[in-house]
Design a protein around this ligand. Structure first.
Ligand SMILES: C[S@@+](CC[C@H](N)C(=O)[O-])C[C@H]1O[C@@H](n2cnc3c(N)ncnc32)[C@H](O)[C@@H]1O
Length: 201
């Protein structure tokens, strides 16, 4: 197993990087969002408030709003430039007001307890300095019956060629972090490139 090597700074700092990421990611998010939408619908999360942690340029938040017509989605990110690109992306929505964007830290979220019906996150966990704090924040901002679905890279030998995969967690590490957190009723699905952490039922 490749040794984990965290990023020094996992936050988009310049517009050029955020715009390039946005273009490179559109197709992937369209594909990935299908599993978020179908899990949300399976759980019956068809109304209420959804939080996308580490929303980046907002692509997943926008896909959720497009495909689950009665939810309000909030995208949270620490990067001002990523949020600027996300604001531009919102123009493609018929009802852009259904997605709002907030600058803030996944480890110290600017939301009241029990606000959200669903918390999602994609490709962000490996960039978070203290994932247990992020899990605890997800637990705090979720309603008691709320659900979560977090997807991220899975560390493997491919970490030799990708610094994102090198910074990612193995399934065993992620389970250990979850066990230290207040989140409960979770399961970890383990694929070759990805892992997902989601409410068990
Ligand atoms: C690789 S991008 C993923 C964006 C989007 N979720 C996607 O799947 O395309 C990771 C995002 O997490 C944000 N991020 C990193 N650390 C964060 C933190 N502590 N709090 C909030 N956002 C953070 C970065 O600014 C960046 O926009």
């Amino acid at each position: 197993m490749v040794k984990r090597q965290p990023f020094e700074c996992g936050i988009f700092e310049d517009m050029e990087t955020a715009e390039r990421y946005n273009e490179e990611t559109k197709k992937r998010i369209q594909y990935l969002s299908g599993s978020f939408v179908s899990v949300a619908k399976k759980w019956g999360t068809v109304t209420g408030h959804v939080l996308d942690v580490g929303t980046g340029t907002g692509l997943l938040a926008i896909e959720l709003a497009k495909n689950i017509p009665d939810v309000e989605v909030i995208g949270l990110d620490l990067s001002d430039v990523a949020l600027d690109v996300a604001r531009t992306n919102l123009h493609e929505l018929v009802q852009p007001s259904r997605v709002s964007l907030e600058r803030g830290d996944a480890e110290d979220m600017p939301f009241e307890d029990g606000t959200f019906n669903l918390v999602v996150s994609s490709n962000t966990l490996h960039l978070i300095t203290n994932p247990v704090r992020m899990f605890n924040e997800i637990h705090r901002v979720l309603k008691p019956e709320g659900r979560f679905f977090i997807s991220d890279f899975r560390r493997s030998w491919l970490g030799m060629v990708s610094r994102h995969i090198r910074a990612a967690y193995s399934p065993t590490e992620v389970k250990a972090l979850l066990s230290q957190s207040k989140l409960n009723n979770w399961k970890v699905n383990d694929y070759f490139f990805w892992l997902s952490i989601l409410s068990k039922n």
